[in-house]
Design a binder for this molecule. Sequence first.
Ligand code: ADP
Ligand code: MG
Length: 593
Amino acid sequence: MEKRPFSELGISPEILKAVDKMGFEEASPIQTAVIPFALAGRDVVGQSATGSGKTAAFAIPAIEKVDPRLRKVQVLVLCPTRELAVQVSEEFGKLAFFKKGVMEVPIYGGQSYERQFRALAAGAQVVIGTPGRVMDHMERGTLQLDALKVIILDEADRMLDMGFRDDIEHILKSVPAQRQCLFFSATMPRMIQELIKRYTREPEWIRIESLAQNAPQVEQIYFEVDRRSKIELLTRLIDLHDFRFGIVFCSTKIMVDELDDHLHARGYSTDRLHGDITQATRTRVMDKFRRRGFEFLIATDVAARGLDVDDLEVVFNFDLPNDAEDYTHRIGRTGRAGKKGMAFTFVAGRELYKMQNMIHYGRIKIRRERVPSLDEVEEAKGNVFFEKLKATLDAKKFRSHDQMIDRLLEQGYTSTDIASALIHLTQGDATEPVKPPTKPKAERVAANENYTPAPAAGPAPAAPVVRRAPVVSAAPVGSVERKPLPPAPKSGDKFAAQKRTYERKARTGHEPGFTPVAFNIGRQHLVTPADLVGKIAGVTRLPASIVGAIDIHEEHTHIDVADEHVAAVVAKLAGIRVKNQSLKVTVVPPGAA
Ligand code: ADP
Ligand code: MG
């Protein structure tokens, strides 16, 4: 982004003096780009972020165009609000400080017409106003625009959002055809483009990319994906690239809750932020995330706004952002400080239309990719592991285990076999539990007060769906000796005992092989069998056939669950939200069903 001294832009000595007095050392990029064209009489369309200095970019050339001896309105600036009109007027005042005879006046609703009329009658050459009030003055004949040379639309996008389109068009149609037109807007939605096309002549388009948009370090990819497949795609991408630090943006609080529950249940280290979470908890979650206390933050735009983390490996747009601006904001948190970042955007159904609009009008540089297959994920995981293993060997960053290896060699195993067995243990098998949920439930409870603790079950046994390989680089190779958690609850475990007691009973009454489990949700919560079976299958990733009879009562529901999956269902469903209810899940004591 180019910046130049004001002295090189062809500005008069009076304004150079004013700029110096204001303490501006050099022209900002938008000023550097806009001022020479505007001074040359060209129409200009300027697009740059808030705070980039757009006001002086149009005010300086506008002041230069004013003939101080002519006491008629020569410059008209349209602004969305009275505050902005006053602010822009003040900036004109400062910039024109050494220009003798140049007067500016803000006109806006809420102030008496009388006062504004007097200023206009006194011969102000620059009028800064809101569209409604400008129209009023035009209709009353107190604002005459026959000598107008320059018309400026500041924050055009906001003015349209506020419903000023008709007023703006009316004003643009009533001013002399030979005027110069300067258009400024932070974004360029279709309506603005139409106005520009209709009311400017061969405008010079100037767009100063904001820091985030400019970040060439962010690789931007989108996927067209079925709404229901988004979670699967997300976990595939995380596994494929072996990401360890990122944000997943969702559009609603409900989606944040659901996704966090799902990911957590699948063994990913996550936490959540959204508007319903208390400030104290939010602060705690943010601190923890900054310290990398967990890997993925699931958040809404609003909740993530106060988070000053910008060295993320990846940003996921699980739901499409509202517009190009939000998109840019979100992805700007990755790819900083010379590091490469990635941004993945999920586009479902009709969102594709919105995505294409964003690409076109927001000039987003994003490419489409197809959803990676499971095989590709597995292969990539192998590659990631290979690289890590190699890096560990090259860096000699491991303790020596000669003794153990010698013992194995002595017993006749080859070094290749030993290494293969270790890789097998470390990598796990896709069908084998290799990693317990990264964070015990109890800790999540502490971090999140609207989480209902699970029943006394304690940390869940690993479900057979946990697919992430353990972090190799984070621990010495010796740690691979750690055994995966057993898939079934230990004997002596509270609900295992309960279950055993029940089984004895069940053999005499219930369908064999199934155990009734109680959920604290029932008819009064408008729950349907499909809701519950869907939730169970979704969270445990087990087939729906593990669920037997379902008995919905007023306040609770009994569901028969295949014996070998009772533990997983109890542990994983606890605390999950269904119908806005935080689930409590318990094995039904024998005789109570
Ligand atoms: P925008 O309209 O693009 O949001 P503003 O025109 O309101 O930005 O400018 C933002 C702030 O930067 C103002 O306080 C302004 O005085 C200041 N500013 C503008 N140009 C310069 C410059 N060249 N050097 C230093 N500060 C500047
Ligand atoms: Mg501005």
